[in-house]
Design a protein around this ligand. Sequence first.
Ligand code: PLP
Ligand code: LYS
Length: 428
Amino acid sequence: MTQPFAYSEGRLQAEGVAVEDIAAAVGTPFYLYSASAMQQAYRRFAGALQGAGLDALVCYAVKANPQLAVIATFAAEGAGADVVSEGELRRALAVGVPAEKIVFAGVGKTAGELALGLEAGILQFNVESREELRLLDQVARDKGVQAPVALRVNPDVDARTHAKITTGKSENKFGIDCDDAAAVLQEAVALPGILPVGLATHIGSQITDLEPYEAAFQRVAGLFAEQREAGVPLQRLDLGGGLGIAYQQEALPTPEDYAAVVARTAGRLDVPLVFEPGRHLVGEAGLLISRVVYVKQGRSRRFLIVDAGMNDLMRPALYEAWHDIVPLREPASAARLRYDVVGPICETGDLFAEGRELPELAAGDLVAFGAAGAYGATMASTYNSRPPVAEVMVQGDSFEVIRARPSHDALMRSESLPSWLGKVPKSG
Ligand SMILES: Cc1ncc(COP(=O)(O)O)c(C=O)c1O
Ligand SMILES: N[C@@H](CCCC[NH3+])C(=O)O
């Protein structure tokens, strides 16, 4: 586990709180976030950009973890928000992120979402297609305003990450091909409802190698300079997010290394830059806490069956992603056993780790899944009619539930039977 999660007197602590005390109060499974770890990650990232002499606005990518408490933690640090839906926009505004620090990305923004962004007065729409540009023009003209637009360009660079989270190759659905950008910008300049203000790019997520960034930023900065010279009034460059985190304590590029690449490639443009980090700010600040239900000895495998499932943390099932697993009680010996760590869901793919070496564990023991703060709770579902997982934030010596686990009754109350089937009977 990385800081701020460490053993003290044999018990895993989150900042100043023993995690098993939270488990006793909240029940399992639950996500646990460290506010201080988020603040530190933000300060390091923003500080690295500033240290490299860059004029940077850091817009936290809300999709990584959209809890109001999380967005508010970053807003208090001065962050803006990168949103991709009406829901995310409403969340950012609700906790006081200033509209002029909000960028709106996404390939499928609807007319309603575009209108909401215009009404709020957001900094810019990162437009991903000609079709979207034309719809935005219409929506803006209907309102008698101009929409600030950064054209999201696709630099056709392989981010060397998992195929499902790479976004900057020409075969991906994201952005406008760099070679088509000049023509689309010309159209943008001519549209009365559009004010072209910049370019944007985002090549993928969990990027652990700076070379793809270097190639992409160089390409986009070149295009920016060219178009500015051609008279397009570009004033801002959005370089997206994607900087990776250590899921297995591997050595990775630091924010300072990343900032140096930005300075080398885009610094010469001398314009304000926007960044959209998500995972890098929240990933290592979160754990998923779960209890062992059974240790099942099969013929060829030993299964550690825990009370969290793929519905709570789907990254291993979806991307075969690795999350560290540690007991909340510090192991007394160095002996290790091999386990297949699985959840209770009726799917063979409900597998967190195969043949993982862990200290000996027994039913009732508590475990933590590491680096679960990003793309964990936000991708959870209620599959197998399991209530959404609870979420808790810790700061210093105190913790608070930031999203309670709804009751089964509350979940059923949101449904109804069609009239021909009568009423939902009250559950006992
Ligand atoms: C447009 C855009 N910006 C920012 C992000 C945040 O990515 P990450 O959490 O990897 O920083 C994403 C997700 O990949 C995205 O699609
Ligand atoms: N959901 C992905 C990241 C997607 C990034 C969103 N553009 C993950 O868990 O790694």
